[in-house]
Ligand binder design. Structure first.
Ligand SMILES: Cc1cc2nc3c(=O)[nH]c(=O)nc-3n(C[C@H](O)[C@H](O)[C@H](O)COP(=O)(O)O)c2cc1C
Length: 319
């Protein structure tokens, strides 16, 4: 079944397919983004990058910004709580080959929230407004804001927050339809996405609990959102971005994983060979076989591989 809406624009940036890859810390690096694009993702985001960290420009931060000719449109996501740091980070990002800047106002993690960043900004809308303005005023790139339904069920303010983001110059918003209190548990309430869509003129990307392509379509139909952001549902399942869906055979899944491993090799930057991230790579790899007979045995073998090369050999044999 075709999607209700095939494409939308974020400022001047065309998003040619409605399913987009979420920012996922530790997962959505250049290789995974390229793979998801090959399968149909219309837009990808970096994982969250600290505005303070950017001011030091460490090699680790640089790696988070690494991109590729085929890695477009690409939005870099910032987090922090000081408008001055956002302004400086924005000026720097605007010199990079990226299409947009996203602001994280939804992260529930304690050490982020404690510093007034992430979802804590939903409790301080005046500061959130200053931050969005600091970014929009310092770039010609489109700026998006990702936030939640609200702080908790007694403080649902996504609609007011979206309107504030729109006035402050945001070109689109993403609504993760859970409260801070829910973190990643419970169910996302797509009605909140529908309410935000009715309240603003800029595009609205809905997010929360989409685990297959058809559910993405369902979210669009139910909420009227312009695009659908997929997070956990894409891990080990880049096929989620295509109508054909996930192969149901070991060799079909292994072929996708092997492509992922090749992209990791192809995008390896100096000082960051694949072996340096073996734990993270194995974490991705182990998710590919979920739901198939023999998945537990395969996971064991994946975690038993002692280096990247061994993992490639194992996966090649499965293809
Ligand atoms: C491991 C992990 C890392 C995440 N990292 C980020 C991040 O860096 N920035 C962000 O805005 N959201 C982050 N999120 C939240 C997701 O982008 C998304 O909003 C959330 O998982 C809900 O979508 P889903 O139900 O499709 O997974 C993360 C979530 C997970 C599970």
């Amino acid at each position: 079944m075709p999607f209700v809406s095939a494409a939308f624009f974020i400022g001047p940036v065309a998003v040619t397919a409605p399913l987009v890859l979420a920012p996922l810390a530790g997962y959505t690096d250049c290789a995974f983004r390229l793979l998801c694009r090959e399968k149909g993702a219309g837009l990808c985001f970096s994982e969250m990058v600290s505005t303070h960290g950017l001011s030091y420009q460490s090699p680790t931060t640089e790696r988070l910004l690494a991109t590729h000719n085929d890695d477009h449109p690409f939005f870099v996501q910032l987090f922090g709580s000081d408008p001055a740091f956002y302004a400086a980070a924005t000026a720097f990002l605007t010199t990079l080959p990226i299409e947009g800047i996203d602001i994280n106002m939804g992260c529930p993690v304690k050490k982020v929230v404690k510093k007034g960043a992430g979802a804590a900004l939903m409790k301080t809308p005046a500061l959130a407004e200053k931050i969005i303005t600091a970014v929009t005023k310092n770039t010609s790139l489109p700026v998006t804001v990702k936030f939640r339904s609200g702080w908790d069920s007694d403080h649902i303010n996504a609609v007011e927050f979206a309107r504030m983001a729109e006035w402050s110059g945001a070109a689109a918003v993403t609504v993760h339809a859970r409260t801070w209190k829910q973190a990643f548990g419970g169910r996302a309430d797509w009605n909140i996405i529908a309410a935000v869509k009715k309240a603003v003129l800029i595009p609205v990307i809905g997010n929360g609990d989409v685990t297959c392509y058809e559910m993405g379509q369902q979210m669009m139909l139910e909420s009227g959102c312009d695009g659908v952001m997929v997070g956990r549902g894409a891990l080990g399942n880049p096929w989620i971005f295509s109508a054909a869906g996930r192969p149901q055979t070991v060799h079909g899944r292994a072929a996708g994983l092997l492509r992922h491993l090749h992209l990791i090799t192809a995008t390896t930057t100096q000082g960051f060979p694949p072996d340096r991230f073996l734990a993270a790579v194995r974490g991705h790899a182990a998710r590919y076989f979920t739901g198939l007979a023999g998945a537990a045995e395969l996971r064991k073998k994946i975690f038993g591989s002692r280096n990247f090369e061994e993992l490639v050999t194992l996966v090649t044999r499965l293809c």
